[in-house]
Design a protein around this ligand. Structure first.
Ligand code: HEM
Length: 516
């Protein structure tokens, strides 16, 4: 039964203003802090200040805590009543609600704005994905980001029931016959804007390690199986991978070679009908918990991609990095691993084609999640600069803060327009056309998004001050973003290499008759 809340006058509340008998008002609600005060993480003294004890502490509270503090059950139950004649103003966002903070949402979602790219179905889909992410994924994200554990099977099962993993792999035959997001759209209707929406909803979680832990290894490790595996290999492994019963990852990078894929040293030698693989791989996302490894191997003077199931000869060790170990970042060792030659993905010595065709989609996905995380930081800064009082005025009354916000907003809006324009091209090009025409633009876009992301992370940290360096409390999302935004500039291809790729591709396409 819901607790019946009493009504108090401001004068009644004011009488409870000392240690042992301490009430405060926050946003029209009356809290009895008498017993909690001694346990308060911010100390007893601050609560006994004459401007706080027995008074309306709304402004002081929201200058020091995130709203979610009041929603935690152990604190929500401190509320004993409401103030007569007052109404609650600050409400938590509903699970599928759009933020009305300016620039917190992409323009197409903002009330009163329009877009040529999204239909009503995209809007319905976005609402459903946001609800799912808020209700099912977000609580898990916060937990795993903190304790570093792998995403739970329970959440993976729910995710795969909606076919979110399958949808994150893009359009294609793997979606055939699947019920997408509980039947909201058909596989035939599915396009890259739906996928963009999923990536955006995940990116705004503000838990960067977990976003990778959320089977990102599969998102990049499964496509080579789908596009280059033999029908038997696909039939054998894809169903359990897309249903989340087994996990996959992409294992290309080594301590010996990162962006320079041709320098890798893991070897695969043929012995009858088997490959014998020896070597190591480093920084492999989801590697610690993967059952399958899509591995780049040197085969003589060539390069071949081979699917390697986990066995006793495959060892994975967690690598401690700056982001949460929930991502499962691993050092992987292959010690004379034997797999059938039929597990080759694509042609022998044609592995570069397999890897390059995979890159565009991976980089585009990083563009989506990274930009969405950057936009979330704009929202955090807009809110903080509005509610934080300094020198007697809101922080956003300082011109220097507004200048930072202007730059942050311009960066996300510019990137959003470019990303949506590229996504539109993806929808209207075949896979091979995309590889030819979009590798350059996607490389340049990724460079732009990750570089501006780090600039925004810097600006946000300056706006939040010390709180932007603290893993809990007001600035926790800014701290996470500042610490982890460099990941996006490295994963899927280092920023400078991608910028260079974009320009090299453009140079290659220069018309022979071009002259000033
Ligand atoms: C229902 C009432 C309150 C609850 C449940 C509460 C709870 C908390 C919690 C959980 C923290 C740890 C930091 C965080 O998670 O955000 C905290 C910190 C703090 N609280 Fe409160 N608090 C309450 C009211 C107040 C009020 C009225 C003040 C007024 C001055 C205050 C001042 C502080 C300060 C100064 C800190 C440290 C902030 C920091 O480290 O940045 N609290 N409080």
């Amino acid at each position: 039964m819901a607790k019946v809340l009493k009504t108090f006058t401001v004068d009644e509340v004011a009488k409870h203003n000392k240690d042992g008998d301490l009430w405060v008002i926050i946003d029209s609600k009356v809290y009895d802090l008498s017993r909690f005060a001694g346990l308060h993480p911010g100390g007893l003294g601050v609560l006994l200040m004459p401007s706080i004890a027995g008074k309306d502490a709304t402004q002081a509270f929201f200058g020091l805590h995130r709203h979610e503090v009041l929603l935690r059950p152990q604190y929500a139950r401190l509320q004993i009543g409401v103030v007569e004649g007052q109404k609650e103003i600050i409400k938590p966002q509903a699970a599928d609600e759009i933020s009305n903070v300016p620039y917190a949402e992409p323009m197409w979602l903002s009330s009163g704005f329009h877009s040529p790219y999204y239909t009503e179905k995209h809007r319905t889909f976005q609402k459903a994905v946001r609800k799912f992410v808020t209700e099912v994924i977000a609580p898990e994200a916060v937990k795993c980001e903190e304790n570093g554990k792998k995403i739970s099977q329970e959440v993976v099962d729910k995710l795969c029931e909606m076919n979110i993993l399958a949808m994150r792999i893009g359009k294609g035959k793997h979606l055939k016959g699947r019920i997408l997001m509980g039947g909201l759209i058909t596989p035939e209707e599915y396009d890259y804007f739906y996928e963009l929406i999923i990536n955006f909803e995940l990116g705004r979680l503000g838990t960067r390690g977990f976003v990778d832990g959320l089977l990102a290894g599969g998102v990049i490790g499964i496509p080579p199986i789908l596009n280059f595996g033999s029908p038997e290999v696909q039939e054998k492994f894809v169903p359990e991978l897309l249903s989340g019963k087994k996990y996959a990852c992409l294992a290309i990078t080594e301590a010996f070679a990162g962006s320079d894929v041709s320098s890798i040293q893991t070897t695969a030698e043929r012995d009858g009908d088997e490959w014998v693989i020896i070597g190591t791989k480093k920084w492999i996302t989801n590697g610690t918990f993967s059952d399958f490894f899509t591995v780049g191997c040197k085969t003589g003077s060539g390069f071949t991609v081979i699917l390697i199931p986990r066995s006793d000869n495959v060892e994975t060790k967690a690598i401690k990095t700056a982001y949460s170990s929930t991502a499962g970042t691993a050092y992987v060792t292959f010690e004379n691993v034997r797999v059938p030659v039929s597990y080759t993905l694509g042609q022998v010595n044609a592995g570069m084609k397999v890897i390059l065709s995979n890159f565009n989609h991976e980089r585009w996905m990083i563009c989506c999640t990274s930009l969405s995380a950057q936009r979330k930081i704009v929202e955090e800064c807009m809110k903080w600069a509005n509610q934080r009082i300094v020198f007697g005025k809101p922080l956003n009354s300082q011109a220097v803060i507004r200048a930072k916000l202007a730059n942050m907003i311009a960066r996300v809006e510019a990137a959003q327009s470019w990303l949506e324009s590229i996504t539109y091209q993806m929808n209207n090009m075949s896979y091979s056309e995309q590889s030819d025409k979009l590798a350059g633009p996607i490389g340049l876009l990724k460079q732009f998004i990750t570089r501006t992301g780090r600039e925004s992370a810097e600006d946000a940290t300056q706006i939040f001050g010390g709180r932007g360096m603290t893993q809990s409390g007001m600035g926790k999302l800014v701290e996470n973003y500042h610490r982890t935004s460099p990941y996006d500039s490295i994963l899927g291809g280092a920023e400078d290499v991608l910028g260079d790729l974009g320009v090299r591709q453009a140079i290659k396409k220069m018309p022979r008759n071009a002259r000033l």
